[in-house]
Design a protein around this ligand. Sequence first.
Ligand SMILES: [Zn+2]
Length: 406
Amino acid sequence: MKRNFIFSAWLLCSFFLFFGCRTTTDAPRPKYVFLFIGDGMGLAYVTLTETWLAARDGEHGSGNVSFTSFPVTGLVTTHSANRLVTCSSAAATAMSTGYKTNNSMMCVAPDTTTTYTPLTYPLHKAGYRIGVATNVSIDHATPGAFYAHSVSRNRYYDIGSQAAATGFEFFAGSGFIYPVGRENDQPDVYRQLADAGYRIVRGRDGALQLAPDAGKTVLVQNEDKNTHALPYAIDRSDDDLTLPLITQAAIRILDNPNGFFAMIEGGKIDWAGHDNDGATVIREVLDFSDAVAIAVEFCKQRPDETLILVTADHETGGLSLGRDGSYTLRPTAYDERTHSMAYPATEEEREAVREIDKKAHVAWTTRGHTGIMVPIYALGAGSERFAGKLDNTEIPQRICALLLPE
Ligand SMILES: [Zn+2]
């Protein structure tokens, strides 16, 4: 009961906090909005992948992932409230609520008590169906910030257990890291979701069999698979759930005449970046691109009503294309690698990957994140509002200006 009261009070207070940032607009208004977040996907990741695509086809220059040809592009500043180099939860808070917070916090202000409401809540209240999807766990930093609040992104149970009460129509990912708490002593998150009317659908087959308009759905990996994340694209088996399959499922569940908002995260681009694992980065960006391509097909059916945004929360790894005075790149050097780096990786494997980086003429500056601006690509109704330089807090403000006119 106390928890419900706190939750309601949180909703009420931060509802007004959020609405304070609404603006009017004469721009075309979309009804169907996709926000794709490539976690860690800095511009060098996109360029490396596109040069690899060209080189694979025996060409010199740049190939095309599905979103770089979008007509509108911009650059996004990503700093958090307390650091010039953000973490994913602070960046996702900015992109979901329009407010900056400190690294490691999720939809909670730096004062640790004020909470911020993700845009998903007012959008849901206004009649849009809501989807929150990722290829890592649903309680992870980026997806979490689109439905939950927590003083620490590491409180996975606290975050996951807030999903059931949202009433949002679609959640998807590998699963929940601690569905019954870290000590296995909490009410089961899956049980809470089922009690709230959600259907739990598992794996690739479950995704493919989802009927259109099937009602509130949680799509997760099969029980015998790793629930911390879906496998990297470079490692996957034929029976694995994938981000493109999740995107298809999201459209099936969310499509309706009143519109929808779907946040879809490519979460493992960042993980490969933390490992400084270029071959895995390329495959993850391509997989993310395949997921965006599905939204592009949807947009072709309803070009005047659909907005697709593709961006990143920050850059990871300080990826540099060119090194040691060389004026070349050889991205096909990464073809040597046919699997991701083991976790935890041995020093021997790390050294082998560093040698491939040298052959590719690619370098990394850090195993963490960096503070460089990230690109945003926009297609469809209202896309022109995302041109130029903007701060990550302006992304939800501009989405709300389009979807929630005064
Ligand atoms: Zn990261």
